[in-house]
Design a protein around this ligand. Structure first.
Ligand SMILES: [Zn+2]
Length: 222
């Protein structure tokens, strides 16, 4: 099936090829694409195709590709705790573009953009990518305020040493993820400890409690 180039171009949100070509002199690839087969336009098109093949062979082809593969990869990364911000740090792709890919607002992207996104892996690259430590330090400071020591936190995130290796400004994505998991665990533990303490509190004289939260006065005890 032949695809009309003007259709695929407008599907990308570009002007139809005939409109673009109208302003070009002969000897321009766009005029060839719009249908001109004069010597100059043929030559321009051959040169373009040749350059494109060279780039493609060198792995640096930067044509338009569907965004689906990049989107799937972003979803998988975020399931493994590598969020958009980490991908942004790793690839230098604008957050607005990553967000548009993820929400399917952007259906086509440049091949180079796709390559950069697909190169991000949770275990190798992005785990060691450094991101802002601000949120991580908020959590650590809350834990310190509650009386946890830095050594306890270091062990809590599975560090080999006693030292808490979180930089003041930057933290690896992997450690940021571990700190937030440890924080959640501590919160859950404190919550159940507090609930237990409440249960263990002595009941006022002359009462009994058939179940938590219910206090019944004994008859005739006082
Ligand atoms: Zn021509």
């Amino acid at each position: 099936m032949r695809t009309d180039p003007s259709n695929t171009m407008s599907a990308r949100g570009l002007k139809p090829i005939t409109v673009l070509a109208a302003n070009r002199d002969h000897g321009d690839r766009l005029r060839y694409a719009a249908g001109c087969r004069c010597d100059d336009c043929r030559r321009a098109n051959t040169a373009y195709e040749r350059a494109r093949n060279v780039a493609r062979k060198a792995g640096d082809w930067n044509g338009i590709v569907p965004a689906a593969r990049a989107r799937q990869h972003l979803i998988q990364l975020s399931r493994k705790g590598v969020g958009r911000r980490a991908v942004q740090e790793c690839t230098d792709i604008a957050d607005s573009i990553l967000s548009a890919i993820k929400s399917e607002k952007r259906k086509q992207i440049r091949a180079r953009t796709e390559r950069l996104i697909l190169a991000v892996t949770p275990d190798q690259k992005s785990g060691n990518v450094r991101t802002s430590a601000a949120d991580t330090w908020k959590l650590i400071n809350k834990l310190l305020a509650k009386g946890y020591t830095k050594t306890q936190i270091a062990h809590g995130i599975g560090a080999e040493s006693h030292a808490l290796q979180v930089g003041k400004k930057k933290v690896t994505v992997r450690n940021a993820h571990k700190v937030s998991k440890f924080f959640a665990k501590c919160e859950a533990r404190e919550f159940s400890d507090a609930a237990r303490k409440k249960l263990e509190q002595p009941l006022p004289a002359g009462t009994y409690s058939p179940k938590p939260g219910v206090l019944i006065h004994r008859m005739g005890d006082e």
